[in-house]
Write a protein that binds this ligand. Structure first.
Ligand code: HEC
Ligand code: HEC
Ligand code: HEC
Length: 438
């Protein structure tokens, strides 16, 4: 053999050995036994079981299982809801106790394997199911949640979760993803129930509440990367910075204001729209005041993100002048002339972290398609923001947002007409009816 041939053969052999080792590791990983959950209350009295189920229902709310596992208007937890991912749509499983199409034949250990270890009926689960966060759940919470799951009405509903094209439909590849990005780190029962608000808040934010799933930046493979909780864009919405950064984050929010927002969906700064509206309606509004305060305490304790305020545009610039006149005719009736809004009804655009966010995705959604505030027990009358897609051209939307992002102390990159055009297309918004506006 010539020297280069020998090299190629050696490399090929090494490749085959590496693949064999990987496949063996996958098989080992899928069949390994997971330490059984320590169950102090394995055989509870009727009364204790009732309490256990009630605690489990609370965990289900906090973890927002219903958000993905229910098609709105259909049977709870019966699955079939499609999640947008960079590889196509992924459909959430039927997790009702139906024997044929749900998880009826499962035991606590199988449930734990899915929830905290990312392995389900068909092998590895895609991380769109937030097992990377749920891995932090305590034994007690997993076992309580399981007690509750068994009380759900079984529903026969076949779901074909994985309809990705090749090679993304190959679940075994996720063993590699887990190796790179997944750390199993269950929380001890005592720590999960800690009286220290920052500890309890960490558990809720990083674990059950999986706030990072939306609010932390991701790499190309969809794993958390970069500054935790510093803001990220998903499904066309920007989930803003939750760190104590005063410009783009929650630096100006008091603990009460964080609690208010999570409980009612609104406070003097913001009204929850899009995916956060759903998170408030399905999840955070059910949390106790102590848990919401713990979340606020933890968010105040995390390191501040490094986003800085750019130099605001000059009010004399053409885009700013056109933006100001659109604002005066189209927006000021609700948001008032200097952007302060109306308390608990119309969000203030002044010092609003979403308005100052590096990515204007949510602003574009709201202005083009309109938005409705959440309907919560604490605030049943959600206010609405009308859609402006039919009324304003790409340039007008860009200019009014550029104006809002650079007035009254706000400072953020201008929005361009090209960005508006792209978003109009991607979100299926209507085109502007130029003629009717003359
Ligand atoms: C952000 C969306 C999302 C949330 C929130 C979510 N899930 Fe899932 N879940 C999914 C998706 C998507 C799948 C399917 C993944 C796959 O097939 O790889 C799934 C799969 C599962 C499975 C595996 C079922 C099987 O047959 O393999 C179980 C069990 C499960 N989820 C339980 C839960 C529970 C309990 C909660 C709340 C603690 C929850 N999920 C919250 C999206 C979600
Ligand atoms: C499914 C994705 C998703 C999850 C999960 C989620 N959020 Fe959000 N969140 C968003 C989006 C998107 C927005 C922006 C909403 C808007 O523009 O009205 C937002 C907005 C917020 C805001 C308002 C910030 C501001 O400056 O206006 C707070 C506070 C917040 N989220 C806290 C949380 C906490 C705490 C959790 C976990 C318990 C959480 N979120 C979980 C997507 C999510
Ligand atoms: C009829 C009253 C009304 C008018 C007119 C109106 N808005 Fe709004 N706006 C609202 C309400 C209510 C919300 C909160 C909706 C939600 O987030 O669910 C809102 C939300 C917003 C947000 C999102 C703020 C955040 O914290 O996420 C922006 C940005 C915004 N409006 C800008 C504008 C601009 C620009 C115009 C003019 C082109 C305008 N609005 C006209 C009522 C109005």
């Amino acid at each position: 053999m010539t020297k280069p041939m020998r090299w190629i053969t050696t490399l090929l052999l090494l490749g085959v050995v590496a693949l064999a080792v990987f496949v063996a590791a996958v098989l080992y990983d899928l069949n390994r036994s997971i330490a059984p959950i320590d169950q102090a209350d394995a055989d509870p009295s009727a009364e204790a079981l009732e309490e256990k189920i009630a605690r489990g229902e609370y965990i289900a709310h906090v973890s927002d299982c219903v958000a993905c596992h229910t098609v709105p208007g259909e049977a709870p937890f019966a699955g079939g809801y499609g999640l947008e991912t960079p590889f196509g749509e992924l459909f959430a499983s039927n997790i009702t106790p139906d024997d044929e199409t749900g998880i009826g034949g499962w035991e606590l250990a199988d449930f734990d394997r899915a929830l905290r270890h990312g392995q389900g009926s068909n092998g590895y689960l895609y991380p769109a199911m937030p097992y990377t966060a749920y891995a932090r759940l305590s034994d007690q919470d997993v076992s309580d949640l399981w007690a509750y799951m068994q009380t759900i009405e079984p529903v026969e509903h076949e779901v074909n979760e994985n309809q990705f094209p090749f090679p993304y439909n190959q679940r075994w590849l996720l063993a590699g993803w887990n190796l790179l990005f997944f750390h199993e780190e269950a929380t001890a029962n005592e720590l999960a129930q800690s009286q220290d608000p920052v500890e309890r808040g960490r558990y809720l934010v990083e674990g059950a509440g999986h706030c990072s799933a939306c609010h932390s930046p991701k790499n190309a493979l969809g794993a958390n990367s970069g500054e935790p909780l510093s803001g990220a864009t998903l499904q066309g919405w920007h989930a803003p910075d939750l760190t104590p950064n005063a410009h783009t984050g929650l630096g100006k929010w008091s603990s009460e204001q964080v609690v208010d927002y999570l409980k009612s969906g609104t406070n003097e700064f913001a009204v929850a729209a899009g995916p956060m509206r759903e998170a408030v309606e399905n999840s955070t509004q059910y949390m106790t005041d102590e848990d919401l305060s713990a979340i606020a305490a933890y968010l105040q304790s995390v390191p501040e993100s490094s986003h800085t305020a750019p130099q605001p545009l000059d009010a004399g610039e053409a885009a700013m002048r056109q933006g100001a006149s659109i604002y005066a005719t189209q927006c000021s009736a609700c948001h008032v002339s200097h952007g302060e809004g109306v308390r608990q009804m119309i969000p203030s655009l002044v010092g609003n972290s979403q308005v100052n966010a590096p990515d204007p995705a949510s602003l574009l959604q709201v202005v083009l398609k309109g938005a409705e505030g959440p309907d919560t027990y604490a605030n049943p009358t959600g206010a609405g923001m009308p859609a402006f897609d039919w009324k304003l051209s790409d340039e007008e939307v860009a200019n009014v947002l550029t104006y809002v992002r650079n007035s009254w102390g706000n400072a953020a990159e201008p929005v361009t007409a090209a960005e508006v055009a792209t978003e109009r297309d991607a979100r299926g918004a209507r085109s502007a009816l130029k003629a009717s506006r003359e």
